[in-house]
Write a protein that binds this ligand. Sequence first.
Ligand code: C2E
Ligand code: MG
Ligand code: MG
Ligand code: MG
Length: 279
Amino acid sequence: DQAGELGKEWQLYDDEIDRQLDWRLSLASELNEALAAGDIWVAYQPKMAIASGQVTAAEALVRWQHPQRGAILPDAFIPALEASGRILDLTLFVLGRAVADAASWAAAGTPINVAVNVSALLATDVKFLTAVRAMVADGSIDPSLLTLEVTESATMADPQRAITALEQLAALGIGLSIDDYGTGQSTLTYLKRLPAKEIKIDKSFVLGLADNRSDQVMVRSTIELAHELGYKVVAEGVETQSILDVLTAAGCDYAQGWHIGRPIRASDFEMKFCARLAA
Ligand code: C2E
Ligand code: MG
Ligand code: MG
Ligand code: MG
């Protein structure tokens, strides 16, 4: 009968979801092994200063090349690492790579500011703050080359706590950026209480920017207000020249997206973008 058939389908569906959850959760237990084996690596995606056309910054995006499952993107494993308490270790690994690469590019005469994503859980974590402070103190981080990207929703659960934590990071000389702006419930006037210098407009407002009127209105008014409040503005998801044209006309400061460059290995980034900066 029909209800029975439907029940069976749901059962299959549930089982499939369970299987997917299972393998994702089991990733957390493979973290140490994967780090030791070099299966986890950091890709860099260029951020272009729109006025000069120069790539002066990059976002570090973590990648997991799994021996059985192939390339796994962060949205598939970050939640598992957060749930199992392993996100601090991953983030310190990414931070270590990012600051080492930034330092070597700066030493070669091509300073690139590198941005590392910090998940909501860590942004207010004392262990994270302590680890970062130690890396600054022992000279393994030049804070002027580093930006931390924190999502606006990360700061909303406990704003006062977030403000205090981010102020301590900012006091070290590290730049702070509000990621995925527009997807949360916050306003720029609320965000003004945080010591961030930059906001990143989420790609969901940028991807259709060439033809979607309401996205154009949102992006233009955000840029205008952000500038009045003293922020630099980055747009992510810049996939085409026409999107870049709209952003240029709107006075956006930085563009990030496939039209500028995809996330690539450090050595490729160096060849492609540092060489151009040096020329
Ligand atoms: P995010 O910080 O908002 O990063 C931007 C995402 O947009 C990246 O996806 C990037 O590859 C993608 N993207 C860039 N340009 C374009 C474009 O032109 N079109 C489209 N459609 N997409 C574009 P990715 O690398 O899959 O990262 C997803 C999210 O995972 C990031 O979102 C960030 O929240 C998180 N993440 C990445 N690396 C780390 C990390 O090291 N630590 C933590 N905690 N989170 C990370
Ligand atoms: Mg980001
Ligand atoms: Mg983002
Ligand atoms: Mg995002």
